[in-house]
Design a protein around this ligand. Structure first.
Ligand code: GLN
Length: 387
């Protein structure tokens, strides 16, 4: 028989999602794949129950249901400081994952270069291969995760088609400052590149840090494909609702990619989440407070156990330095952690382009009981895992 496509040979399955399966296998507290173990807001669930009876149960318009796009445009216009046209500047996708893939397919020709900051959310590697892009990595250097503007400019000198910007950043928790965003904006303009953002943690930012939408910088809307998702904001990761926002000429292309990839996001779920999109400021303030408390609890716990870790400025991930345990492979470490300590984590190497082996990623988007249970188990880590 003929060989299957070469396309999939260049990457493995997702290590993040594999770690969820490994955690489940060992009955570990799963702090690997980032998703909450608490319920979405009641108003959304109540609407879902109504929608189950009333519909819609058939396709929505391929680029998203009208009332979903209108509610989203209203919310994002407020946040991004410009009028987003619900009828020309939005495509609703199956999660942030499809949004990023559709954005890449809209912009990139096979062989084009794309700048990716490293560490990066692991999907971007596979997205690059699937769209034929060649990643050019620019390090975000631990422990501060800053970048060197000269290194970034050298990457732009390779004439990339686009730069991928995850802000707030998964996995390192960096929230880019206005000055950093302006450096990126100036280079994108100077070298005529697009910017594809991933802003799924836009509402999970810790004081005093502040999320600034890249597309809100002067002249940047024209060259930015802003992608995001409702997963983290409304605790509905299984609903797979995401979107791309961009100017009409770009959205025309994204609509086509999206239409033939998936036809559309689930119509009943788009309908059910509309009350969420219409929540006022208070909801987002509460969300931020909730995560601020979880962050405090979890970081305090890690400190008490004596595990060196990052202090995220945004998102809900912590990079823990496990070099003291003397493992050769962080994947082997994570397997032992799940099996012998009972906590699921993601090996840091799946986020770094550089040969990095000293970090694991844990997340704290969990109920307090769950976080306390994980911390109780982690108390035994030095006894159980020291090589
Ligand atoms: N963003 C989440 C993480 O990094 C997972 C998202 C996903 O698996 N689609 O863990």
């Amino acid at each position: 028989m003929q060989r299957l496509s070469d396309r999939t040979a260049g990457f493995t399955d997702s290590v993040i999602r594999r770690m969820t399966r490994i955690s489940d296998e060992y009955g570990a507290v799963n702090l690997s794949q980032g998703f909450p173990d608490f319920d979405p807001p009641q108003a959304i669930l109540d609407r879902l129950a109504e929608v189950a009876r009333q519909g819609p149960h058939q396709y929505s318009i391929t680029w998203g249901a009208q009332n979903f796009r209108e509610a989203l445009a209203e919310k994002q216009s407020r946040l991004m400081g410009r009028n987003i046209d619900p009828n020309a500047e939005i495509v609703v996708t199956c999660g942030g994952t499809e949004a990023m893939m559709a954005a890449m397919m809209t912009v990139v020709n096979p062989g084009d270069k794309v700048i990716v900051f490293s560490p990066f959310y692991e999907n971007y590697g596979a997205d690059a291969i699937l769209s034929g892009a060649q990643p050019v990595y620019v390090p975000l250097v631990p422990p501060e995760y800053g970048f060197d503007p000269d290194v970034l400019e050298a990457a732009f000198q390779q004439r990339p088609k686009a730069l991928i910007l995850c802000n707030p950043s998964n996995p390192c928790g960096k929230v880019f400052t206005r000055a950093e965003l302006q450096i990126i904006a100036d280079l994108a303009e100077k070298y005529d590149a697009y910017v594809i953002t991933d802003e799924v943690y836009e509402h999970i930012v810790y004081e005093p840090y502040e999320h600034i939408y890249f597309a809100s910088l002067p002249r940047m809307f024209e060259r930015t494909l802003s992608t995001s998702s409702l997963s983290k904001t409304y605790s509905i990761t299984g609903w797979r609702l995401g979107y791309v926002i961009a100017p009409p000429n770009i959205i025309d292309g994204t609509r086509k990619v999206h239409d033939f990839l998936t036809v559309g996001a689930a119509a009943p779920l788009q309908e059910a989440v509309v009350p969420g999109l219409r929540f006022g400021e208070e909801y987002y303030r509460n969300l931020q407070q909730t995560y601020t408390q979880k962050r405090a609890l979890f970081l305090r716990g890690l400190r008490d156990i004596g595990l060196p870790h990052t202090e995220p400025q945004g998102a809900y991930y912590v990079m823990v330095d496990v070099s003291a345990f003397g493992y050769q492979s962080d994947l082997a470490f994570c397997e032992d952690l799940a099996r012998r300590v009972g906590v699921g984590a993601v090996p840091g190497s799946s986020f770094f382009h550089e040969p990095e082996n000293r970090y694991i990623r844990l997340h704290f988007a969990k109920r307090e009981e769950t976080l306390n249970e994980a911390l109780n188990r982690l108390e035994h880590i030095y006894r159980k895992l020291r090589a």
